[in-house]
Design a protein around this ligand. Structure first.
Ligand SMILES: Nc1ncnc2c1ncn2[C@@H]1O[C@H](COP(=O)(O)OP(=O)(O)OP(=O)(O)O)[C@@H](O)[C@H]1O
Length: 257
């Protein structure tokens, strides 16, 4: 179970960032009192445009950055009070964690397996499950720096799943993948859900959210502006598809600005 309660994350901006963001305000509110819950056997999607605060939310969830306000519970462990317990129960995929370019995929997989205290035998079993599925065997001995974007993404997915976590948090899981591999990944996530795992993804791809997520939280400017199943969101906005629903909500959120 995941509970995000009133999460706010503010970043202090330096002069360069203020110039880049064209703002005079030295504080950027990336996530603004955001709350949601997700339960085992569910795929919950955070859907929003670039800069909405999705990655920041997931990074707080994964204990990589500290919330400014609010609390996050992962299986009743609070992320700031029990970060170790949280880390051992989640698998986190993000574009921002760079794998060490000098090592090969096989080494990275083993390294993270050991970090999660798996035996060599357990690592081997997980490797036999994950590498063929994601087509990694063909390039498992290549250095990370020699891999294409898609290969890197596949390797990162396998590494994040090495310890067979109960909670899977994937930031834009199909980023950089071709249509076949993207389908492999989304099918794999559906399979994990069937096994009772809890999955949270962030995406800005409407079709991905439509097909994959049981419930969707729409995030604009750091705030959750709507939440529900696809049917609920369509009904609430009187829309025929998620893209239309999103634009309705986006128009409302931008009114008065
Ligand atoms: N370390 C940081 N310092 C300053 N501002 C930051 C930092 N990290 C994120 N931001 C800002 O916070 C806002 C939210 O960013 P975030 O990456 O969470 O959005 P996102 O919804 O994941 O977007 P995308 O779809 O583009 O990945 C953006 O305006 C971003 O520039």
């Amino acid at each position: 179970m995941i509970r995000v309660e009133n999460l706010t994350k503010k970043f202090k901006l330096n002069k360069k960032q203020m110039l880049e963001m064209k703002t005079k305000d030295p504080i950027k509110v990336a996530v603004n009192h955001l709350s949601f819950q997700a339960k085992p056997g569910e795929i919950y999607g955070l859907l929003g445009p670039n800069g909405a605060g999705k990655t920041t939310t997931l990074r707080c969830l994964a204990t990589l950055i500290k919330p400014t306000e609010g609390e996050i519970y992962v299986n009743d462990y609070e992320v700031q009070k029990n970060p170790e317990e949280v880390r051992s129960s989640i698998g986190f995929l993000t574009n921002e964690i760079k794998m060490d370019e000098q090592f090969d995929v096989d080494y990275m997989f083993r390294f993270f397996g050991r970090l999660h205290k798996l035996s060599e035998e357990q690592i081997e079993v997980r490797k036999r499950e994950l590498f063929p599925y994601f087509g990694i065997d063909e390039f498992s001995r290549k250095k990370i720096k020699e891999l294409s974007t898609g290969m890197k993404q596949k390797a990162a997915i396998a590494v994040s799943l090495v310890h067979d976590p109960d909670i899977i948090i994937f930031d834009e899981p199909t980023n950089g993948l071709d249509i076949i591999t993207a389908r492999n990944v989304t099918d794999y996530l559906k399979g994990l859900k069937e096994k009772g795992k809890l999955i949270i993804i962030s995406t800005h791809i409407m079709s991905e959210a439509e097909k994959l997520c049981d419930r969707i939280g729409i995030v604009i400017d750091g705030q959750k502006v709507a939440e529900g199943t696809l049917e609920e969101l369509l009904r609430a906005t009187g829309s025929k598809d998620l893209e239309d629903a999103f634009f309705e909500l986006y128009k409302d959120a931008r009114k008065g600005e």
